[in-house]
Every structure is written in structure tokens, then in C-alpha cells.
Ligand binder design. Structure first.
Ligand code: SF4
Length: 268
């Protein structure tokens, strides 16, 4: 992350008076307001679980290998070594996380089976920071990274066990925002927005286009902006932000949530 973006995200407003929100921040807020509180308000010490460490390590190895391929130089990046190295560093940064061999092996298998010659992206980790929903009447800036950009669209890699239901994926805020950002950056809609399941090698097309999905996203952004205004008022008036402003949304996502213990009071 550049210093500029880091500064913008940690200040109430950007230089233009517009708040900067990331696509992942939006996704966290809509999935569970309480999780947002832990992550972004309290900034609770974040302990990555094995699945998240595996995901980070796979992403890093694929990214580094594609940068190597696209450099045109003699290729000397071994993605398996990058995976192993990143995994080790991530584990050292997550004291308390118990190493699970099968999780490590699963990520290693994903990298080994990755088809680096099948399709080569025009850009990897494409960063964007754009006025939302447009430059005419912006309500905020949206910042994010797209894993892989192609002339025809974009790909986001996923290392999870489960695949999303198509109907749910169609309302995934991160993917709607990627679709929107691609259109803003390149002047045309992507032909395909792909949720790439690295465990099975399957490409799942996300149906994230259309005015209705953009309106849904605008409403979610407005809700977060409104909530942030209220939190600032509380901070100024009483010096703290009550956790109750951010309600829990208990469900299956709690199983993978890093804040399960402080939130629910128990591990199981
Ligand atoms: S444990 Fe569940 S309810 Fe609590 S913050 Fe995480 S996702 Fe939300």
C-alpha cells in the first residue's frame, strides 16, 4: 500500500474532502457490522487463521510468478519457494496460530497445479482509487486491488474450501466494485468477472453487472458513511465509540471469523 493511500484511509477525509473506503472494508461492513468494529474501529489485534495464511501465501506466489513471466527476463522465480517463504513469515507474524500441516499442503498443491501458461494477465494486483459512484457526484473514494486484469475482464483468486452460490456471488460487494472499477479504468464493462476457485481450478462467472447491483452498492456505501458520521459524533461528544452501534450478524461466517472469541466469548 502506498503511503498516500495509507494516510487517506486512516484519516476521516481525503484531500478532496472525500472519505476513502476500500472494497474489502465495504465487504466487511456488509457481512457483519460487529466484525467491522473489531477490525477498523477498535483495531483489535488480528490473528490470521491457517486458511487466511494459506490464502495470502498462494496469492503472493502466483503474483510473483506472473511478474517474473511478464518481466521478459530469464525466469528464476520458483512459486513453490515463494509460497513456503511467505507462509513462514505469515506464521511468525501470527503468534498463537497453530500450524496445520494439511492446510500448508493444500496451498502448496494449489500453487503446484496453477497453470501459469494458460492465461497471462495484463496486470497483476492492479490498484485503483476512484471517485464513487462517478466523478460528477462522488460520495467517497473507493480503493482496492484486482488480482488479475485481462483485456476481456478480471480474475479474483480464492483459496477457500467452499464455492459460493451463484445468486449470492452476484451480490458480493467486492466483485460488484471490481466490475465497476474495471469499467471506470478501461472505459468499457468487463466481459467476465471471474471467481477462480484454486482448490478445484474452476472458473465461476460472477453476475455482478446492472443498475440494480450498483444501486445496492451505493446504498451500502451510504449506510457505512452514515455510520461513520455517527461514530465521529460519539467520539467527539463522549470520547468513545460504543460497540453497540455495530450489531452482530451471527451465522456460518462466524466459524471463520478471527474475532469469534472476543465477540461470542468462546472458540466453539
Ligand atoms: S463472530 Fe460472527 S457475529 Fe461476531 S464479529 Fe465475527 S462474524 Fe460477526
Amino acid at each position: 500500500m502506498t503511503n498516500l493511500v495509507h494516510q487517506l484511509q486512516h484519516q476521516p477525509q481525503s484531500r478532496d474532502g472525500l472519505r476513502v473506503l476500500s472494497a474489502s472494508r465495504m465487504k466487511t461492513f456488509t457481512s457483519c457490522h460487529r466484525k467491522y468494529w473489531y477490525n477498523y474501529v477498535e483495531q483489535h489485534p488480528y490473528i490470521k487463521n491457517m486458511g487466511q495464511i494459506r490464502g495470502t501465501s498462494v496469492h503472493k506466489s502466483v503474483e510473483e510468478k506472473f511478474r517474473d513471466i511478464k518481466s521478459g527476463n530469464v525466469q528464476n522465480v520458483d512459486p513453490l519457494l515463494v509460497y513456503d517463504d511467505t507462509f513462514g513469515k505469515e506464521m511468525s507474524n501470527s503468534p498463537g496460530t497453530v500450524f496445520v500441516r494439511s492446510e500448508y499442503d493444500l496451498g502448496m498443491k494449489m500453487v503446484r497445479l496453477y497453470d501459469f501458461q494458460g492465461r497471462i494477465p495484463a496486470q497483476v494486483e492492479q490498484e485503483f482509487i476512484l471517485p464513487f459512484p462517478d466523478s460528477e457526484n462522488p460520495i467517497c473514494m473507493i480503493h482496492g486491488f484486482m488480482d488479475q486484469v485481462y483485456s476481456w475482464g478480471l480474475v479474483d483468486m480464492k483459496t477457500t474450501y467452499a464455492k459460493p452460490k451463484l445468486g449470492v456471488l452476484g451480490y458480493d460487494l467486492q466483485f460488484i466494485l471490481y466490475n465497476w472499477a474495471y469499467t471506470q479504468l478501461y472505459g468499457e464493462k468487463p466481459q467476465a468477472v471471474i471467481w477462480q476457485h484454486l482448490r478445484t481450478g474452476e472458473d465461476i462467472i460472477a453476475d455482478v453487472q446492472g443498475e440494480e447491483k450498483l444501486r445496492y452498492t451505493i446504498r451500502a456505501v451510504q449506510e457505512l458513511l452514515e455510520t461513520l458520521k455517527i461514530t465521529e459524533w460519539h467520539k467527539e461528544a463522549v470520547g468513545e465509540i460504543p460497540i453497540e452501534l455495530f450489531e452482530r450478524n451471527p451465522g456460518t461466517a462466524c466459524m471463520m471469523c478471527s474475532y469469534r472469541v472476543p465477540c461470542l466469548g468462546r472458540e466453539d
